[in-house]
Design a protein around this ligand. Structure first.
Ligand code: GYE
Length: 350
């Protein structure tokens, strides 16, 4: 399912004062305003309603279930969360689920048992979250979704979703390809390395890309398979694509940089030149991918910002102060091409 895009029209005054590492509440141009009152946190909630707008005296305790450590994006995301918690004076309980939803359930249950003030998590896949979210709601603990979305009918089960617009990222990748191939006659064969099956970024990037390239009938996705967002699987699956029918694709669309980096190795092993024989398009914008762009081995990287820590801490604080948050908080992101890589590589923060 494609996650709907919302606009957070009314921004909170406090965020204007923040240094959010390039992020801002609800910046997306096509996001619809859905601001919801925050459920009252039970743990650490001041009894006196007048005290609600004051910062609690003891540090806020935030339980964060990180989905794994599968990519450089993820490492940067975890570091951002750790650093931002330290800077905000928030006590962080951080658990790594190693790409297992079951482990995320366990972590969230442990946070509920420990009566943390706020729970945040990056859901590995979209489906199956309703029961655990109900457990958190029954315990009166507000939940922030970070990075990826959940597919639940009752959106009151979480306060806000802080993360990128993955559909738009897929659209950007598709637009780059249409532009790049403007004067190239078809048929153009495309291989796609998908991310984790059932995860929001994989579903939405794939959909945005398809919806965009559909305008040219001679662009065809000839191979598509999941490679779990890791470099190893990217290499392995790309090897299989290249062996498949003896005809290499003209284009590779990798749903993240790590898989693209693995695929580049497979392309070189096959005696082909990535970036030349095969146009390579990727998502994330890690420094390693930029370095490959400088070498001409990746042609385009769609940025996906992992530095969500400051936004998450700000949201946790505002929840504890009883404020109303936008239902969707998206970070502004760019597209970088090989022509810009040499200038931009030094600016990468992850
Ligand atoms: O693109 C990928 C990571 O959910 C946006 O997960 C994130 C994705 C990111 O493994 O590198």
């Amino acid at each position: 399912m494609r996650i709907l895009k919302w606009t957070a029209a009314c921004c909170l005054l406090s965020i204007l004062l923040l240094d959010l590492s390039g992020c801002a509440w609800g910046s997306g141009p096509d996001v619809q305003p859905v601001a919801e009152p925050v459920p009252k946190p039970s743990a650490g909630q001041p009894a006196d309603p007048a005290a609600e707008s004051q910062t609690p005296e003891r540090p806020i305790v935030l339980g964060f279930s990180q989905l794994g450590s599968e990519s450089d994006w993820r490492i940067a995301n975890t570091n951002s969360i750790r650093d931002a918690a330290r800077e905000a004076g928030i006590t962080l309980l951080l658990e790594n689920a190693e790409q297992s939803q079951e482990k995320q359930f366990e972590a969230i249950r442990s946070f509920i048992r420990k009566k943390v003030d706020v729970i945040a998590f990056a859901p590995v896949i979209q489906s199956g979250w309703e029961p655990i979210l109900k457990e958190a709601q029954q315990a009166g603990i507000p939940v922030i979704l970070s990075d990826r979305a959940v597919d639940v009918r009752d959106t009151s089960l979480y306060v806000t979703f802080i993360g990128s617009d993955f559909y738009e990222e897929g659209v950007k990748a598709g637009k780059y390809l249409l532009d790049k191939m403007r004067d190239v006659p078809g048929p153009i064969r495309i291989a796609e390395l998908e991310g984790t099956v059932g995860s929001t970024p994989s579903i939405d990037r794939g959909q945005g890309f398809r919806d965009t390239i559909r305008s040219r009938a001679d662009l065809e996705i000839v191979s598509s398979a999941p490679a779990d967002f890791t470099m190893e699987k990217g290499r392995e699956v790309m090897r299989a694509f290249l062996k498949k029918d003896g005809k290499p694709p003209h284009v590779l669309f990798a749903h993240n940089d790590d898989m693209a980096l693995g695929a580049i190795e497979a392309i070189e092993e096959a005696g082909l030149a990535p970036g030349k024989d095969i146009v390579v398009i990727s998502v994330d914008g890690t420094r390693k991918a930029f370095e490959k762009m400088v070498e001409g081995k990746i042609n385009c990287v769609v940025e996906c910002n992992p530095l969500l820590g400051p936004l998450i801490m700000q949201a946790a604080k505002e929840i504890m102060q009883g404020r109303t948050l936008p239902k969707r908080i998206a970070s502004p992101e760019s597209v970088f091409t090989e022509e810009m890589a040499a200038v931009e590589v030094g600016n990468r923060k992850y």
